[in-house]
Design a protein around this ligand. Sequence first.
Ligand code: G3I
Length: 371
Amino acid sequence: MITLPRRLALAGGAALLTGGAASVGPAPGIAASDGLHSRAQSKGMFYGAAIDHAMLRRDAAYMARVPVECGMVVAEASFKWEQIRPTPDRFAFEAAEELMAFAASRRLRVRGHTLVWHEAMPDWLPAQLSPATGERILATHVRTVAQHFRQRLAHWDVVNEVVQPEDGNALGLRSTPWLKALGPRYLDIAFETCAATDPGALRVLNEYGTDYAVPWEEKKRGALLDLLASLKARNVPIQAVGLQAHLDASQVALDQKVLNNFVNAIASMGLGIIVTELDVRDNNLPADIASRDAAVAAHTRAWLDAVLACPAVSGVMSWGLSDRRSWLNEKYTRADGLPQRPLPLDVDLGRKEMWEAIAASLATAPHRIVV
Ligand code: G3I
């Protein structure tokens, strides 16, 4: 059994462990007793999945399976600027509220994703961002959106994918319209405004590309750790790091020691960790389904075992629940045209070897409890 230090608990650790604002929101989900969320809860963690809006509206069977396996959901797109802010003067929360209603009716917690990103920006935004307008535009958006969902979200991915050392900026920051308009201070503005508006939502910096022992990801892990140290030194109210975990079953450079050292280095700063977008692409593997599923499961197990060994990891979200829907089939199409099999459930909503791998990793992970 692992005990979280009180300082981590006070910095939202209670929220980390319950996967939600420590004091508000519905009781934890009523996942099936053998579902992944129930298995995660038995170790003081949560499990959940991203929901595509079209699936929410059109696939009742898929959505019926969500509360069986999940205790937390997140929208693939509905909470982003592109969907929520069609014009400078209009906020459109309808799609996001459809997910909120689904979650409330099944007693699921919700992650907010995401307040600041360089993608999914509405067409009007980049052109209007400047040093003179940037702070007002950013703070108004964060404040208005965080206020709208106040006390209803477990987490906010306050900023998304901000590290890109190759861009040559200070602190390894990615060159984005936000950095161009405001400099690194855009991070401070986003986190401080979110903290002031909805202090009960855990504040997360979400990042990808930190998974493998390859030079460019080693550089990215180093840059992320340096950025986190800088944010902590400036007293920026960040509470946790989201590791997206978009994995590749054909990638052989999965080094569990490197991964475990990395998550422990994040935890040593008093920050929580959430696995936010787990999926495992198989587009570089041979077509045979049995061997693809076995490779995806083995990769999932190896990655999760290394990461969940760290007691600061409070939960795992997969980027989708079933192979019925994955962004990977849009981004990384297989040469043979077959659909990929990157998620815990198959297209018939049956549990795959990847589901077994997540369950096994949860079973061997140390228990978290806040003293
Ligand atoms: O809602 C509109 C719909 O009205 C329109 O008819 C349709 C066709 O143009 O587009 C719909 O919006 C799409 C939206 O997903 C909802 O389906 C956007 O065009 C499309 O760009 C958007 O893609 C999402 C993408 O982020 C960009 O926001 C993907 O679903 C989502 O899986 C992906 O998720 C990202 C994470 O946020 C960050 N980490 C990487 C991950 C994968 O790229």
